[in-house]
Design a protein around this ligand. Structure first.
Ligand code: NI
Length: 208
């Protein structure tokens, strides 16, 4: 073969090999993708909610999800400046745990701030104490809070301040209670708008 024809043949083979490799990668990705959606028995998997977090508690101590192992967590994402929804949800959580008596002590109610800019540990400490001694307040850097919220698929965003409110802003945020088991696995969630203390206590009694 003349050198330039040989080069052409080699180039053509290279194209064929790359095409076959590309196809193989695509088939592999498609197979692993569909594998992730079902278990080996074909049952659909629950979407992954929760996971590790690294934050700072209301005493200023760095904490991770691992520090809560052995206890259930009832996690709520909110903020201390919230005028209505957050205080109502936290009251529901604490009242439900009170109703559970001794079993209530198995659960740590946790408020994770979606407003780390204003919710310093000191601010959180005075806020959570208003709900009794049970509630643990968590905050952190904007990045730490964003990572925790992402793990729990929590939506939050700064709302535009209304005219006359000056620098005071509200946060839009989802209002969901997440129950995490003593091994750190997400167990289930409750919509804070659809459950009161009695209802939550009843549901928790069936689980704990
Ligand atoms: Ni709120």
């Amino acid at each position: 073969m003349r050198p330039h024809i040989r080069r052409l043949v080699i180039a053509l083979w290279a194209v064929v090999v790359v095409a076959i490799l590309g196809l193989a990668v695509r088939v592999y990705l498609a197979a692993t993708d569909s594998g992730a959606m079902t278990t080996t028995t074909g049952a659909p998997l629950a979407p992954a909610i929760g996971g590790p977090f690294a934050l700072v508690d209301h005493t200023g101590k760095p904490v991770t999800d691992a520090d809560f192992r052995g206890k259930w967590m009832l996690i709520y994402f909110g903020y201390t400046y919230c005028p209505d929804v957050c205080p109502t949800s936290l009251t529901t959580m604490v009242d439900a745990l009170d109703l559970l008596g001794e079993a209530g002590a198995k659960v740590v109610p946790v408020l994770i701030s979606v407003d780390p800019e204003r919710d310093t540990p000191v601010k959180l400490a005075s806020y959570v104490s208003a709900f009794g001694p049970r509630v643990v307040g968590l905050t952190g850097t904007a990045e730490q809070v964003a990572a925790a919220a992402k793990a729990y698929r929590v939506y939050y965003a700064k709302a535009k301040p209304k005219a006359g409110d000056g620098e005071v802003y509200l946060m839009d945020h989802s209002s969901i209670l997440y129950l995490v088991d003593p091994q750190g696995k997400f167990h289930q969630h409750f919509s804070s708008h659809q459950i009161d203390a009695d209802g939550l206590a009843r549901r928790l009694r069936g689980i704990l």
